[in-house]
Ligand binder design. Structure first.
Ligand code: 5GP
Length: 197
């Protein structure tokens, strides 16, 4: 990837609040709009309330596989039966106008991006307040999530929590306000310096 810029990767179990934190991070006044969000492509069906091109680029499996074959996907994963991936051109375009980009990736994706760009990547794992709270948060999404998927998401979440120690930073999302402050501090300290402001 030719474009310069820093890469912030957030991971955390489903229901950890990482998507909300990613949104808040890019809009945070202290970061003066230097960060942009990445939008992944996925073959997973759209959930209630989600919008194409804002939350994800929702693709058919055929289209995803075509792009992957054409080497247009920087990294990808298969998660609970669906493909998710980071589009190379999209990231390059965003990095040409932003000092940094925020990606929400699963554990495998986060570690892969860190290996690809070790100097410019900061990996941050978002920890839920507790396993019980995580369970409740995943449940709360139940209206657009089936019972079987809830169980699978919980199982994956428990596994993901074990990977937290392989990240550069860990932030516990007990209180949104505190968690975002901690994230902003990490980004400012570690990252805005390297970007030369
Ligand atoms: P969800 O279905 O809850 O939106 O996402 C499922 C998991 O896939 C989450 O851990 C999310 O961070 C991860 N994910 C979303 N987009 C990508 C991507 O482009 N690459 C990778 N590796 N993981 C992704």
């Amino acid at each position: 990837m030719k474009a310069k810029g820093i890469i912030i990767v957030l991971s955390g179990p489903s229901g950890s609040g990482k998507t909300t934190l990613a949104e808040m991070l890019v809009r945070h006044p202290a970061l003066k709009q230097k960060l942009c969000r990445s939008i992944s492509v996925t073959t997973r069906p759209r959930r209630t309330g989600e919008r194409d091109k804002r939350d994800y680029f929702f693709l058919s499996e055929k289209e995803f596989l075509r792009r992957r074959k054409a080497k247009k996907i920087l990294e990808w994963t298969r998660y609970l039966g669906y493909y998710y991936g980071t589009d190379k051109d999209f990231i390059a375009r965003r990095l040409s106008r932003c000092a940094g980009i925020v990606l929400c990736l699963d554990v495998a994706g986060a570690l892969r991006v860190k290996r690809m760009f070790p100097q410019r990547t900061a990996t941050i794992f978002i920890l839920p307040p507790s396993l019980k709270e995580l369970y409740l948060r995943i449940r709360r999404r139940a209206a657009s999530t089936t019972e079987a998927e809830i169980r699978r998401r919980l199982a994956v979440a428990k596994e993901e929590l074990n990977a937290a120690r392989r990240y550069d930073y860990r932030v516990r999302n007990r209180e949104l306000k505190k968690a975002i402050e901690r994230l902003v501090r990490i980004v400012r300290r570690r990252v805005m310096d390297t970007a030369g402001n």
